[in-house]
Design a protein around this ligand. Structure first.
Ligand code: FE2
Ligand code: FE2
Length: 166
């Protein structure tokens, strides 16, 4: 670790964030392929979309680290969980997003304190995106709770519609 770098705290926050983003992106891709395989078209597509968004966050954080003359720790913060129940997937996704939001809010504060306004701004922006994920996952879980089998049937119909178009 380069202790000479006056932006070391920012670099540490960014690397911590990268670990979360990598793990989250992989977890959502795992959910995507399982849902796709089971024919749950809409939710499968949404997890794929979010997985790619998390991947873009890795790039954004990494570029900032390079600018600050640090090095990127490109490793996942946690191992992918083998969760295959849809409600459990959403519960886990909600937990991950909430944890990420808390961490990024703290990182936004830390980076503001050392007057690194650009990194501060990046954390603010990415947090907004994570809140959108959280909001959507909550709605999906609520739909499962409210509509149960009907919700899952709708997901399957989505798949049938899709293959009929091909
Ligand atoms: Fe993210
Ligand atoms: Fe997210």
């Amino acid at each position: 670790m380069n202790t000479e770098n006056k932006y070391q705290k920012s670099i540490d926050c960014l690397n911590d964030a990268i670990g979360k983003e990598i793990a989250t992106s992989l977890q959502y891709m795992y959910f995507h392929v399982h849902l796709e395989d089971a024919g749950y078209k809409y939710l499968a597509s949404y997890f794929r979309k979010v997985s790619i968004e998390e991947m873009r966050h890795i790039e954004e954080f990494s570029e900032r680290i390079m600018f600050l003359e640090g090095d990127v720790d490109m490793n996942p913060a946690f191992e992918t969980r083998r969760i295959t129940d849809i409600a459990d997937m959403l519960r886990f996704a909600i937990k991950v997003e909430q944890n990420t939001i808390d961490t990024y809010n703290a990182a936004a504060k830390t980076t503001a304190e050392i007057n690194d306004t650009v990194t501060h701004h990046i954390f603010q922006q990415v947090t907004q995106c994570e809140e959108q994920h959280l909001d959507n996952f909550r709605i999906e879980l609520q739909n499962i709770t409210d509509y149960g089998k009907n919700y899952l049937a709708l997901q399957s119909i989505g798949h049938s519609k899709e293959i009929a178009k091909k």
